[in-house]
Every structure is written in structure tokens, then in C-alpha cells.
Ligand binder design. Sequence first.
Ligand code: ADP
Ligand code: MG
Length: 275
Amino acid sequence: MLSRKIGIDLGTATVRIFVKGEGVVVNERSDHKRTLHELIGKANGRPRLFRPDVVVSVPSAVTSGERRAVTEAAISAGARQVWLIDEPLAAAMGAGLPIAEVRATAICELGAATTEIAIISRSGTVVEHSLAVGGNDLDRAIARRLSIDERAAEAVKIAVGSAVPLQEPLVTTVNGQEVSSNAVLEAIEAPLRMIAGAVRDVLRQTPAGLAADVRERGIVLSGGGAQLRGLDRYISVHAGIPATVAAEPQTSVVRGTGMALENFEVLKRNQSYIR
Ligand SMILES: Nc1ncnc2c1ncn2[C@@H]1O[C@H](COP(=O)(O)OP(=O)(O)O)[C@@H](O)[C@H]1O
Ligand SMILES: [Mg+2]
């Protein structure tokens, strides 16, 4: 392989990088000081004769100015070719959805700051919505309820959090107070309702035939937030469509950028391609 192929997921909480032939090679907390430049250099390894081809996933709500900035940063970091791909499409690919089919598929990518929902058909996004509610909002809701800081709240969410009542609630201790899954559920109900509501809204905006496909096939939940216990059941009930969690949901997007590197149809259809 003469030039490397690199896929980048610039997440709010975590940056992930996929290198073809090596898999996910960088998986670390986002740090504003780390530039795309440094990341591409790191992923590219020792100095090479040929510059890398790079795919970067961006949230679908990112403006064209921001898209240009990311593209230019990647070019100045040494990329030979740069393509951007919308995050939900990358997530759908990484989650193994048959995006090229005419029959529609649906993805809900739950990140730290946002939830991105998209209906996809023929390798393109038909309807999408980016909701400014993500895992951080669940942490904030738990923090408020328990009067603890957001870091501790995130730990509680991961330890015992559940989107549905548990027959045998899990219990953890923070600052000497016992917290059960059911207490967490009460705290996070409001943001969860907003997420389910957004899924319903997207379905309402979807052309009838494609919406019927999605009702039949269901929606796949991806992103770190998809790991919340019972979220699949919660979305199934409150959005009225079957929901399942992707395998390894936290790396769907970055693995999807890697798959997009091999899928010119997707790059071309979804892309401002810059050389
Ligand atoms: N087991 C878990 N249960 C619930 N939420 C989780 C779990 N693991 C991670 N998260 C949440 O996932 C979010 C990060 O997801 P990620 O997809 O990596 O975000 P981003 O792409 O925005 O950086 C955080 O809000 C984190 O608290
Ligand atoms: Mg993400």
C-alpha cells in the first residue's frame, strides 16, 4: 500500500482514528490542544513517500464553513485527498447496516453532546436530525438530582444507570449516599423523552414508503450513549419502532469512516471532495 488510508471520528468526548490494515489505532479523550495535524501525523506513522487519503466524519449539523476548516486542516496536515462524511452515515456503515439498499434503514448515534438520527436509503441520507441532547445531558441531570459533580454522575450512570425500571435495581454508592438504577431513571427521564421524541419526529418527516421500511426493520442505536441499560427497550416503547444496539457501538463511526474509504459511491454521493 503506497499511501495510507485513514478514517477519523472527531467526537466531542473522544477522538478515534482508524488506519486501514491496522484497525482503530487512536482512541483518546478529545483535547482542544491536539490538532488534526498531530493526529494525522501520529496515524500516518514514520515519514512516508506518499501522503495519506483521509475520511473525517462530521456531525450532520456542521456548517459549510466548518467543513471547509476541517478539510483545510487535514490538507495542511499532509493529507493527499480528504473526504467528509456525515456522522450518522458513518455510524450506519460501521454498525453494518445495508445502507446501499433502496429499502430504508435507520440509525440513532448517541454521543456525548448530541444525538444524531438519520434515515438512509441508496447510500444517502433521506431525513436527518441532530438533537443537542447527549450523554452529557444525562450526566447533568443525575448531577443535579444527587448534588454531585458531572464526572461522578457519569460514573453512576455507567455503574447503575438504566432507561427502564429494573426488577432487581442495581445500587452504587457516591459520597456515602446509596443510589439505585431507579433513582437514576427518574433523573434522566426528561432527556430520554427528548431523544425518543426526536426519533418519532424523524419518522414523521420520512416519506411513507421509507417509514414503513423502518417500522419493519427498526432502528439501530450506536455511539457511547447506546450502552445505557435498557435504552433499546425504552426507544422501542417510546418511539414505537423496534430498536437494537449495535455491536461495539462506541466505535461504529470510526469503523464506518474506514469502510467509507473503500466505498467510492458513498464518498462521491455525500461529499465535497477536495484535492
Ligand atoms: N456504559 C455506558 N452507559 C451509558 N452511557 C455511556 C456508557 N459508556 C459511555 N457512555 C456515554 O457515551 C458518551 C460518549 O459517547 P461517544 O460516542 O464516545 O461520544 P462522542 O462521539 O461525542 O465523543 C458519554 O456521554 C458517556 O458517558
Ligand atoms: Mg461521536
